[in-house]
Write a protein that binds this ligand. Structure first.
Ligand code: UDP
Length: 382
């Protein structure tokens, strides 16, 4: 039987704690915040609306194991996520779909006509192998759409010229030649009926798990455990010895009102001169609830400083070199596993986080059964 110290009470830490304790081990879970759930934390506003304190989280997956897993711990309500964007005093549907194309160009194209129009009239066919975000957008949808929907938003979101960002960021968004305006393609899309906090509470609810909030798993205490699960920032484990990895942080300006503010959960703002990237209206993430009042967040993105909450790993060229140094160190460590968004310095959706936590727990169970608890496990982000 191994005793595990776990830094972080988000999905990664909770799932690994639960899986290892189910297998007969014990776990102490620490979180420096005064609540569980990490950035998935949800709470009810005093006016009754369920609020995602660190920005909205929509659960979507095509991984049946993960879908079954999360459903054991609470009721997941079907939720079909849609996003609109305001640019140049007009509202469009995202991701770019047939409605967006017809509206933007005042056309009545069929799917085949729209596809031919985008391919022949809009897309830049000279870019065979897009090397950055801008080239990716130009080759997919052309300059007009790039400037409307992506250039301004991306500058605000990442604080960088889109030519300095990887093409992969835009690959998250599809382009569709039909009227399907769902933001995600995954077969399972849902939000917990009572928010994420009770789900993570239920995962952590096991007699062999103890949770310590507002408490750091201090470096001096690491030796007290047979193995450590580190879901904090990768560079923090090494006390930032090579420097700090770059993150974007978010500021949320909350406002409360009566009625329906924007009629939809997420309104993006593509214009560069609007300082925020989007407004989220939280009651629309729980369409099964009825509320007269409403709670909205204006979302501002900026560079992360040591006192801020890290949200998006930047992964620019400089960060990649630094990341490589930390990964080399991580590989040489023993008795610790690096997991999750911060532990592996990747922008992870919740389903991938849970899948990787389950896989890590599987690996650790085998290792502990073989008496090798000092081994290091980490999901290599390279
Ligand atoms: N993006 C954009 N305009 C939009 C929405 C997204 O330019 O209206 C770009 C932006 O660079 C963003 C990326 O596409 O970082 C991925 O978008 P996604 O909606 O997945 O971002 P998230 O909601 O996860 O921040």
């Amino acid at each position: 039987m191994a005793h595990i110290g776990i830094a972080g009470a988000g999905f990664s830490g909770a799932v690994i704690a639960r899986e290892l304790c189910e297998a007969g081990h014990t776990a102490s879970v620490f979180d420096t915040r005064d609540h569980i759930g990490g950035n998935c934390f949800t709470e009810r506003h005093e006016n009754g609306v369920m609020v995602h304190r660190y920005g909205p989280h929509i659960f979507h997956t095509n991984d049946e194991r993960v879908w079954e897993y999360i459903n054991q711990f609470g009721e997941m309500k079907p939720y079909n996520h849609k996003v609109k964007t305001t640019v140049r005093d007009a509202v469009f549907s995202l991701p770019i779909n047939l409605h967006t194309i017809n509206q933007a160009f005042n056309k009545t194209f069929s799917p085949a006509e729209a596809e031919a129009f985008v391919r022949d009239e809009l897309a830049d066919g000279s870019i065979a192998d897009p090397q950055n975000f801008e080239q990716q957008a130009l080759s997919m949808v052309g300059r007009e759409f790039y400037e409307m929907f992506f250039e301004g938003y991306t500058r605000k979101q990442w604080g960088l010229d889109p030519t300095r960002l990887p093409a992969s960021i835009l690959k998250r968004l599809p382009v569709r030649f039909n009227y399907n305006d769902s933001y995600f393609n995954h077969p399972h899309q849902a939000i917990p009926a009572e928010g994420y906090t009770p789900i993570i509470e239920a995962i952590l609810d096991h007699p062999s798990i103890t949770v310590h909030l507002s408490t750091e798993l201090a470096p001096a205490d690491r030796a007290n455990y047979d193995h450590i699960i580190w879901t904090g920032p990768l560079d923090a484990w090494f006390d930032y010895r090579f420097g700090r990895l770059g993150y974007r942080t978010l500021d949320f300006e909350q406002f409360v009102d009566d009625g329906d503010f924007q009629g939809t959960p997420v309104m993006n703002y593509g214009d560069a001169d609007v300082p925020y990237t989007r407004i989220t209206e939280h009651k629309h993430f729980a369409p099964w609830e009825e509320h007269d009042a409403t709670v909205c967040f204006r979302e501002f993105s900026r560079e992360h400083t040591p006192d801020d909450i890290p949200y998006y790993p930047v992964r620019m060229v400089d960060d990649k070199a630094l990341l490589e140094q930390y990964l080399t160190e991580a590989e040489a460590e023993t008795g610790v596993s690096f997991v999750g968004r911060l532990g592996t310095y990747r922008y992870l959706d919740m389903d991938v986080t849970i899948a990787e936590a389950l896989a890590t727990a599987d690996g650790l169970k085998t290792a502990f059964a073989n008496g090798t608890s000092a081994a290091t496990f980490f999901v290599d982000p390279r």
